[in-house]
Write a protein that binds this ligand. Structure first.
Ligand SMILES: C[S@@+](CC[C@H](N)C(=O)[O-])C[C@H]1O[C@@H](n2cnc3c(N)ncnc32)[C@H](O)[C@@H]1O
Length: 204
């Protein structure tokens, strides 16, 4: 059996095994989402994703988790982010927005698009989120700001995390590690996902 066929079978198996259904042949269920599913006693969840692009992960979240509402924060504007090889990435936002609308149409009011940069959308997102998944601009300052702003939006015991914790994005990793160290938090991780559990505040 050639390597490509093995990869496809392996991926399909992982997705079926973890969800009981075929969700996303390309990426499978993101580990942070799997963690939330495993630890949720079937209550309806309110969550947020920062950086939505074509809605691939949002579609998985809305399919896999028992969602009351998923807030989707993305300005759909061209942006630039630095990778480890010094190259920058720029996107064609209007194409991604059309794809996201199409991919997420069937979820109706369970989704709410917020067409703003994450730093400007804080007041549009409710407090006490069950989780926030950060996957916007991956530069150090952006990730730092997203973590700091949205950690405050997550309820005690809720989950804050995101994507691309890996060698391609050392600045993103640095921002995550700096925050966890400063707040004495354990970083959980699998594949390219990372997440922390929000500490209970003293008076709760
Ligand atoms: C890596 S893609 C997101 C992929 C998506 N989370 C998924 O897994 O399917 C990054 C997205 O972040 C968005 N973005 C860039 N800067 C942003 C910012 N300041 N606030 C929110 N989103 C931002 C971009 O428009 C782009 O759609």
């Amino acid at each position: 059996m050639n390597q490509k066929v093995k990869e496809i079978i392996g991926r399909a198996f992982r997705v079926f095994y973890s969800t009981g259904r075929l969700v996303d042949m390309k990426y499978g269920m993101r580990p942070m989402i799997r963690y939330i599913k495993k630890n949720n006693n079937s209550k309806q969840l309110v969550g947020c994703e920062i950086g939505v692009r074509k809605g691939t992960n949002a579609e998985n979240i809305l399919t896999i988790l028992n969602m009351e509402k998923l807030y989707l924060v993305d300005p759909y504007e061209a942006y630039t982010e630095m990778q480890s090889n010094g190259k920058t990435v720029e996107d064609s936002p209007h194409i991604f927005l059309e794809a996201a609308k199409k991919n997420l149409k069937r979820f109706g009011d369970k989704k709410a698009f917020i067409f703003k940069k994450s730093e400007d959308a804080v007041d549009d997102v409710p407090n006490n989120l069950d989780f926030c998944y950060i996957d916007g601009c991956h530069n150090y300052e952006n990730v730092k700001s997203d973590i700091e702003l949205y950690y405050n939006k997550v309820k005690d015991g809720g989950v804050l995390g995101g994507h691309d914790f890996g060698v391609a994005f050392p600045f993103l990793c640095q921002a995550v590690v700096d925050f966890a160290k400063k707040n004495n938090l354990v970083i959980y991780g699998a594949r390219r996902d990372w997440w922390v559990i929000k500490e209970m505040t003293k008076n709760s």
